[in-house]
Design a protein around this ligand. Structure first.
Ligand SMILES: O=P(O)(O)OC[C@H]1O[C@H](OP(=O)(O)OP(=O)(O)O)[C@H](O)[C@@H]1O
Ligand SMILES: Nc1ncnc2[nH]cnc12
Length: 188
């Protein structure tokens, strides 16, 4: 079961962030409403507020590393790591990292995918906050937690900008979180 805190955006921040996330119907395929965060990234005030909220969480959890999930997770996580004064570690889609890697396959809605982590990017004693833009089915985040644990590090928590509450991502993640918190600034 995942713990919750007062991290959820207050009404003002939620309104700001929601106004900068655009719904794109039927993208990338019919029936899917894509949550486009590019307007948020283009708004310095909104991007800074988001970064501050995540950085506060990073400090609260005593995280020693921030992991960002390719690709939109990189954009959100990197400034958080800088703001919080901890290192940034990318989890990439398979075949993109040049060094020795740990790989983790996972099930998508249709088919499978694989993500990778540099084998030496985390060390025992690291406490890792995972950051991504969207939690949908939870498959990507779940696979990232497996990688972090296989690398010998501890999961401090998962933080996303937006949780799609109509999908069972939170339930899927619960086992792998093993009590670590899953925080969403916005749930739709
Ligand atoms: O909870 P899930 O069902 O796993 O979906 C969420 C993931 O899907 C999106 O990434 P995507 O694979 O589209 O990659 P991108 O960021 O490179 O566009 C999103 O940024 C999350 O990482
Ligand atoms: N609906 C959605 N919008 C943006 N990113 C996503 N990743 C998975 N589902 C998504």
């Amino acid at each position: 079961m995942s713990a919750t805190s007062a991290f959820g955006a207050d009404q003002e921040l939620r309104t700001l962030l929601l106004s900068r996330i655009h719904d794109v119907p039927d993208y990338p395929k019919p029936g899917v409403t894509f949550k486009d965060i590019t307007p948020l990234l283009a708004d310095a005030t909104a991007f800074a507020a988001l970064t501050d909220a995540f950085a506060g969480l990073c400090r609260e959890y005593g995280a020693t590393k921030v992991v960002g999930l390719e690709a939109r997770g990189f954009i959100l996580a990197a400034p958080v790591a800088v703001r919080a004064g901890v290192g940034f570690v990318p989890v990439r889609k398979a075949g993109k990292l040049p060094g020795a890697t740990l790989g983790q396959a996972y099930a998508l809605e249709y088919g499978t995918a694989e993500i990778e982590l540099h084998a030496d990017a985390l060390v025992p004693g690291d406490r890792v906050l995972v950051i991504d833009d969207v939690l949908a089915t939870g498959g990507t985040a779940e696979a990232s937690l497996k990688l972090i644990r296989r690398a010998g590090a501890e999961v401090a928590g998962v933080a996303v900008l937006m949780e799609l509450g109509f999908l069972p991502g939170r339930e899927r993640l619960a086992g792998e979180l093993a009590g670590a918190p899953l925080e969403a600034l916005i749930t739709v």
